[in-house]
Design a protein around this ligand. Structure first.
Ligand code: NAP
Length: 295
């Protein structure tokens, strides 16, 4: 069996087309233009490319986008003042502070300073708490993207054994929470694995759905999965450089081996990555609707 490839690029394209129409309608009918600001501190090349991709996508969808870049030695106070200014700015509906921040800045302090109504990354404790309670909120973008990939690809989650490898606050923990919610796209039986898990393969072997978010290239191998599994590979690992100077990427699963056993699998690149940016846009449009009293 060779797995069906779940193309995040294609699903993201579909959602972006829906969002573009929604943005046009908001503008035409309500004179509302969603606005996103991205704040980057420092010159980390990966962060620069993520921020550039977010602003490019925003512009393509008709979202007003502002990109603020600050030097790496920006004092914490200055960044907090900027966030406070963006909180007050009516043109801005979504505030994204690109992580990681330089070491001298307290990341939590900055994220907690963002108005929860503009927290389109879904990292503020107010939104995290609402997510856990199953209330309406901004969902964190990568887990939200994974849910969309699963549901739009027709993968049944209700009653499924889901094994998630990785327990970070931005991927593992929130996707575990979302998949056990009592609603469509949830209702799964969830196991969360991490570095202290005694026998990861014993868990992954009985999984109907595996979500890998570890940051270790090709860690999940074919002998660790059962036939017919659905695999979502969140990992983005730079494993080399091509002759043209482009980074060679690998996911957290051994794609070549597992695709012969799985029912469906996401590739890297072109899987979860494009979905993360798309869900950021979805949250920004949602924030604009809420600010205008339309949602
Ligand atoms: P993270 O914060 O570094 O967390 C990694 C998690 O994996 C931790 O819970 C860690 O366990 C666990 N882990 C690491 N090595 C392990 C091992 N050998 N065995 C078992 N568990 C192990 O990473 P993250 O931010 O969640 O990101 C994970 C991967 O996804 C990275 O490659 C990242 O680049 C990628 N990512 C992609 C997107 C996207 O949009 N495509 C978005 C976010 C992240 P402990 O808790 O025990 O340390």
């Amino acid at each position: 069996m060779s797995a069906k490839i779940i193309s995040g690029t294609e699903v993201a394209k579909e959602i972006r087309a829906e969002l573009k129409t929604e943005v046009e309608t908001l503008k035409a009918k309500h004179n509302v233009v969603p606005g996103l600001v991205t704040i980057l501190v420092g010159e980390d090349p990966a962060s620069q490319s993520y921020v550039a991709a977010k602003n490019k996508t925003a512009k393509e969808l008709g979202i007003h986008s502002e990109q603020i870049t600050l030097p790496a030695d920006t004092p914490e106070d200055e960044l907090l003042n900027l966030v406070a200014k963006c909180n007050q700015d009516p043109k801005i509906n979504g505030i994204l502070v690109q992580l990681p921040l330089p070491k001298h800045i307290d990341e939590a302090k900055v994220l907690y300073a963002i108005d929860p109504d503009k927290d389109v990354d879904g990292f503020h404790p107010v939104n995290v708490g609402k997510m856990v309670l199953g209330e309406q909120c901004f969902l964190p973008c990568t887990p939200h993207g994974i849910l969309e990939l699963l549901t739009r690809s027709g993968v049944e989650t209700s009653g499924a054994e889901v094994v998630i490898v990785g327990r970070s606050n931005i991927v593992g923990k929130p996707i575990a929470n979302l998949m056990l919610q009592k609603r469509d796209g949830g209702n799964a039986t969830v196991t969360l694995c991490h570095t202290r898990t005694k026998d990861i393969a014993a868990h992954t072997k009985r999984a109907d759905i595996i979500i890998a978010a570890v940051g270790v290239p090709k860690m999940i191998t074919a002998d660790m999965v059962k036939d017919g599994v659905a695999v979502i590979d969140v990992g983005v690992n730079r494993i080399g450089m091509s002759d043209s100077g482009k980074a060679i990427l690998a996911g957290d699963v051994d794609f070549a081996g597992i695709k012969e056993k799985a029912a469906c699998i996401t590739p890297v690149p072109g899987g979860v990555g494009p979905m993360t940016i798309t869900m950021l846009m979805k949250n920004t449009v949602q924030a604009a609707k809420q600010a205008a009293g339309l949602a």
